[in-house]
Design a protein around this ligand. Structure first.
Ligand code: AMP
Length: 420
């Protein structure tokens, strides 16, 4: 299967080639022909499957076929609503990349920043608008955005909208869309409320579903370290001595926890930054681009802030805390292993988190490999011994090579003077 065989027009094919895309991902192969036909779509797919291109490519093709009249102000013909600022920016970047030879233009609006640059862009006229719900409604109320010319509407990550409490905002936006339009609806999961919402937006939709949440992680190597809570910092520093880990995305449960880990890493001269909801949008963006450029080695994030973060070549995800919701684990480690590439996920599990880990293993349908050969391993009593920890073959832990990647750990000197 190739993009040519999906009847994609030359200017977009050229851009895809420049992006290095050769083969459509399963969601693209299924969704693109449906959208090009003008049919509504209900897509069950999560970030990492290539779903952005699955809607961006056909939208660009449809709108590009009827370009705007020169000297006339552009009208918003397609609206993409997505829950987070990070996702909105990434969707914009995708439209820019795939649409660079189409002559269409795009802009993004989201909250937490001054609205003036956004209103200037809107005043100048845009074909495709990407927005988070709150700021969009704000700008609609102020008269900067009219939805009356929307031909194609996309609701992205609908289940996350529900989780984040945006569902009423979404409903208000939908009420302002023209009746005659094409609608595309994406959600990773389909709880009843989401199915109901989809029913109010879509007309005779075609359904497309790709790899359920638990199976997208199969290509990611997963390891768990059993460790006392108080030793997690030391273990993290230890793990990062392995130079094979060029960059790593570290997850913590709380914003405060993220800041603490960053401060601790700075004390060990490891370049690190945190992204979470308390940071301004500019600081978050800067942290993300420094990380993408590999100038910041470790990005510490909370779940909401990291949602949808798309970093090419992200090889390592570290769960400093084990999430109590198993799906969150899958979303976290899905930051690596994008579009079929491999990746590695490490999880630090303390005594209180072993039950969460059990739930995760149930969801993903497999046991996560236990790394025993590390200097901070938890001393289990019979009662806390997890089932997946082999009792035999406990290593003496004298190795100077990483127990995980096999990479040589250079200049080893334990920060806590632990011996292993
Ligand atoms: P998404 O699920 O839209 O967040 O996409 C996940 C990642 O896959 C992004 O980094 C895209 O650039 C990449 N991607 C999407 N489609 C393709 C493709 N057909 N070939 C290679 N990479 C792709």
């Amino acid at each position: 299967m190739s993009f040519q065989s999906l009847q994609i027009v030359k200017p977009i094919l050229k851009a895809l080639e420049e992006e290095g895309y050769t083969t459509p991902t399963p969601i693209q192969a299924q969704a693109i022909p449906i959208v090009l036909q003008g049919t509504d779509l209900l897509g069950c797919a999560q970030t990492g499957t290539g779903k952005t291109a699955a809607f961006a490519i056909p939208i660009l093709q449809i709108l590009g076929a009827a370009p705007h009249t020169p000297n006339k102000k552009r009208k918003i013909r397609s609206l993409i609503v997505t829950p987070t600022r990070e996702l909105a920016i990434q969707i914009l970047e995708s439209f820019r990349a795939y649409g660079r030879h189409t002559g269409l233009n795009f802009t993004v609006v989201f909250g937490g920043v001054n609205q003036n640059p956004q209103t200037s862009a809107l005043r100048a006229g845009v074909d495709i608008l990407i927005a988070t719900p709150g700021r969009l409604l704000d700008l609609m109320q102020q008269g900067f955005v009219s939805l009356q010319d929307i031909e194609i509407f996309v609701l992205d990550e609908a289940d996350r909208m529900l989780d984040m409490g945006f569902i009423n905002d979404v409903k208000k936006i939908i009420a302002r869309l023209p009746q005659k339009r094409q609608s595309l609806f994406f959600s990773a999961t389909m709880p009843p409320e989401i199915t109901k919402l989809a029913g109010t937006i879509l007309h005779n939709p075609s359904r497309v579903s790709v790899t359920p949440v638990s199976s997208t992680v199969e290509i990611i190597e997963q390891f768990v370290f059993y460790v006392e809570k108080g030793n997690k910092n030391a273990l993290l520093v230890e793990l990062l001595r392995d130079k094979k880990i060029k960059t790593a995305l570290v997850f913590t449960r709380t914003k405060h926890g993220a800041d603490k880990v960053v401060r601790m890493l700075h004390q060990h001269r490891i370049p690190a930054a945190a992204i979470h909801g308390n940071k301004s949008q500019n600081i978050r963006q800067r942290a993300l681009s420094e990380f993408k450029a590999q100038r910041t080695r470790v990005l510490v994030a909370t779940d909401i802030a990291a949602r949808g973060i798309d970093i090419e070549d992200l090889e390592y995800v570290i769960n400093y805390d084990i999430p109590n919701i198993s799906e969150t684990y899958v979303h976290r480690i899905g930051r690596t292993g994008r579009a079929g590439a491999g990746g590695t996920a490490f999880s630090f599990c303390d005594a209180e988190e072993t039950a969460f880990l059990k739930d995760i293993e149930k969801l993903i349908g497999k046991k996560i490999k236990v790394i025993e050969n590390h200097p901070y391993r938890m001393q289990f009593t019979g009662a806390t011994l997890p089932k997946n920890l082999p009792r035999s073959k406990r290593s003496s832990g004298k190795s100077r090579n990483s127990p995980v990647t096999g990479g040589r750990i250079s200049h080893y000197r334990s920060p806590l003077k632990a011996s292993w």
